[in-house]
Design a protein around this ligand. Structure first.
Ligand code: NAD
Ligand code: UGA
Length: 443
């Protein structure tokens, strides 16, 4: 039970809004979560979360049953009577790279009239430097003569697929505030989470969010560039990543080479950061390179396959994993989809299986969606593993070998057991995993 039990509103019931709503309710607060998407709210109320996030359905159910979590489409309900209102709506990229703040501004305008005097408005969405100031101006204009709500920046660092774990055990909580009291009020909400808290001003908190994603994306692009060198030199990039990551200054995370990063955040946040550099009149040299390395990853895989199979026209390919990584249904900017589209354009027939992500038949030409991984492997000239779902590691590969026309496995995430597969007689191709023999085991 939270020591400072509060009444909270959350605008936006997506990956961040839902996780934050259920998490804060579990900390003992009373939460009303609002989304303008009526189907989404109806589904949630019916016990059917519109997104797949491990453990989230059970957490939402528990908090709803406990009477601490409610859902609405009415911004008035999420705004009035709440001490704190969180904004967790999407901020996708505009063609210029700038984040589209229209949903955020709409949410602020819709909720403004209902806010209690002195309420705290917390920006959880990822927003460019200057947004907290902008939201304050909107709120002030809508509270003529009154006391405008105070605004706090509180960027979110959770990952899809482990959102609940990340909510309850964050590496840090960043709070950007103009007044100490506002920062303290937000800090109190999270007090039962044993996480370090960094309090900064608005702009710093806003930039920390983009800087963190840029660092993570840069690590991935660097290991991916090294993977190409490893491929030529016959070295396993996984071992290089392991050795590098043991240096505590570098750390082991985000050093997995493969078909590159995707998702709803890294691509758009890197674009937004470069836009901020342009707006500041500064050149950004490293960030475009990070993106360029990443953009070439799907092609690295399709080029290899075309060479190995002597062309892709009429090849039958089994594909496992469509989402932008394992453990999520999110297809936004998925590199797996980029690979599949390239292969289909080159004339391959594709049989795809994903544990949860669903594509409409007409979305992808020449693609058959399969009910299970074994169906996807039938008569295939190669099996491509494109998302790191844990269950793909433990498939019955002996059975898969009997189903395929040709025993070729291409591991786009470098996460399968190469020695096991080679032991079964597969030709295994990772992305920079070399071809050296298993290390001798001393007796
Ligand atoms: P999402 O697309 O899953 O959900 C956003 C929700 O907001 C949608 O359901 C939409 O209907 C709703 N919405 C939009 N305008 C609204 C309005 N005016 N009133 C009520 N509801 C409204 O988005 P997400 O993935 O949860 O991301 C939200 C924000 O958090 C983004 O800025 C993103 O960059 C950031 N973020 C996302 C993650 C992540 O892992 N997805 C992690 C950290 C930060
Ligand atoms: C990422 C960050 O990790 C979160 O801290 C941040 O809050 C979030 O973006 C956001 O701002 O939305 P997420 O996109 O959910 O979270 O997923 P990650 O696990 O970071 O993976 C992103 C992409 O990089 C995926 O396509 C993944 O397959 C790829 N990746 C990740 C690699 O290619 N190699 C790695 O070592 C790690």
């Amino acid at each position: 039970m939270a020591v400072h039990e509060a009444r909270l509103g959350i605008i936006g019931a997506g990956y961040v809004g839902l996780t934050t709503a259920a998490g804060l309710a579990a900390l003992g607060h009373h939460v009303t979560c609002c989304d303008r998407d009526t189907d989404r709210i109806a589904a949630i109320r019916d016990g059917q979360l519109p997104i797949f996030e491990p453990g989230l359905q059970a957490l939402v159910d528990r908090q709803m049953r406990a009477g601490r979590l409610a859902f609405t489409t009415d911004p008035g309900e999420a705004g009035s009577g709440q001490t704190v209102v969180f904004l967790a709506v999407g901020t996708p990229a505009l063609p210029s790279g700038a984040p589209d703040l229209s949903a955020l501004e709409a949410a602020v305008s819709e909720v403004a009239a209902h806010l209690d005097p002195g309420a705290l408005v917390v920006i959880k969405s990822t927003v460019p430097v200057g947004t907290a100031a902008r939201v304050t101006r909107i709120l002030t204009a809508r509270t003529p003569g009154g006391r405008p709500p105070r605004v706090v920046s509180n960027p979110e660092f959770l990952r899809e697929g482990s959102a609940i774990h990340d909510f309850f055990t964050p590496d840090r909580i960043v709070i950007g505030a103009r007044e100490r009291a506002a920062g303290r009020q937000l800090r109190d909400l999270y007090e039962s989470l044993a996480a370090p808290v960094l309090v900064t001003d608005w702009a710093t908190a806003e930039l920390i969010k983009y800087a963190a994603n840029a660092f993570l994306a840069a690590k991935i692009s660097l290991i991916n560039e090294l993977a190409d060198l490893c491929a030529v030199l016959g070295i396993d990039v996984n071992e290089v990543g392991q050795g590098v990551g043991m240096d505590r200054r570098i750390g082991p995370g985000h050093l997995q080479a493969g078909i590159g990063y995707g998702g709803s955040c890294f691509p758009k946040d890197l674009a937004a950061l470069q836009w901020m550099f342009r707006e500041a009149g500064l050149p950004a040299l490293l960030l475009p390179a990070v993106q360029q390395v990443n953009a070439r990853r799907p092609q690295r895989m399709t080029d290899f396959l075309a060479r190995r199979l002597g062309g892709l026209h009429q090849a039958t390919l089994g594909v496992l994993g469509l989402s932008f990584k394992g453990n999520t249904d999110d297809l936004r900017a998925s590199p797996s989809l980029a690979v599949v589209r390239r292969l289909a354009e080159a004339g391959a027939r594709i049989q795809v299986y994903d544990p949860v992500a669903r594509v409409q038949g007409e979305t992808l030409a020449r693609v058959t969606v399969c009910d299970n991984p074994y169906q996807a492997c039938r008569d295939a000239d190669a099996l491509l593993v494109l998302a790191d779902w844990e269950e793909f590691r433990t498939l019955d590969f002996a059975r898969i070998k009997t189903l395929m026309r040709r025993p070729l496995v291409v591991d786009g995430r470098n996460f399968l057991d190469v020695w096991h597969l080679r032991g079964l007689g597969f030709e295994y191709q990772g992305m920079g995993r070399g071809d050296h023999q298993p290390p001798e085991v001393s007796s």
